[in-house]
Design a protein around this ligand. Structure first.
Ligand SMILES: [Mg+2]
Length: 240
């Protein structure tokens, strides 16, 4: 085994967060009588991404994002509604919608046989806990670290240190972080001194200066890397 402890990201790595977000957005906008057109959703996504970049930079807390994204969106579309109420509706919608990617559940079950699993996610506690409960993942991870509950976010080292301390792990050479984001997951893993697996299903161009240990385009490749064997030699995993 190359790795015996695996740190997972949740959004866009295990969970189809795009579908979750789209459904929650729809419910939220209709609740205040605004038509959730593709243009309005695109505007929201741009504002939301910019706010989460500020969280990564330590300029905002995840909880600030809840209201700010709707405050800014209402200003952008020139509509009047209560952004606090919208934020609450949206948070409930995020927890209530979205499924795991195909194969993610089986992957976690397979890995749990020989590895310790933990989750490190930049997000709001209520949203992420709601999702983990609904998807039956609450007990899959030995430790669940949510930035909104801990007051510290990826890519900072502190959330990794807290997670590994909770696992009682000193030797980080057999630990690997898996995630879709170079700026939070991969840079965070590098900051924490652990190896990294970049999940890059859409063949994004890698940013300069952030070098993952491994890069994969599908989750089925994870067991081969963790066990240090060619994926094709494992039985029961279709990696084509
Ligand atoms: Mg992610």
């Amino acid at each position: 085994m190359l790795y015996t402890t695996i740190l997972f990201d949740l959004d866009h790595t295990l969970l189809d967060s795009h579908a979750s977000e789209a459904a929650a957005f729809d419910v939220t906008m209709r609740s205040v009588g605004i038509d959730p057109t593709p243009e309005v959703f695109a505007a929201y996504q741009g504002l939301n991404q910019a706010l989460w970049r500020q969280v990564e930079a330590g300029e905002l807390s995840p909880n600030d994002v809840k209201v700010l994204r709707f405050e800014q969106l209402l200003e952008r579309v020139g509509a009047r509604a209560d952004p606090v109420e919208m934020g609450a509706t949206f948070v409930g919608g995020l927890a209530d919608h979205g499924e795991l990617y195909d194969g993610a559940s089986q992957l976690l079950a397979d890995l749990a046989v020989s590895c310790r699993l933990a989750l490190i996610t930049n997000g709001i506690g209520q949203v992420q806990r709601g999702r983990l409960d609904r998807l039956g993942l609450a007990d899959v991870f030995e430790v669940v670290s949510i930035s909104g509950e801990m007051g510290t976010s990826k890519p900072g080292r502190a959330i990794f240190d807290a997670t590994l301390d909770a696992l009682g792990i000193d030797d980080r050479s057999s630990v690997v972080m898996i995630g879709d984001s170079l700026s939070s997951d991969i840079q965070g893993g590098i900051n924490a001194g652990v190896d990294t697996i970049w999940f890059n299903p859409f063949d994004d161009v890698r940013a300069d200066g952030v070098a993952p240990t491994h890069t994969i385009s599908e989750l089925g490749a994870v067991p081969g890397i963790v066990a240090d064997v060619e994926p094709t030699r494992r039985q029961g995993f279709d990696v084509s």
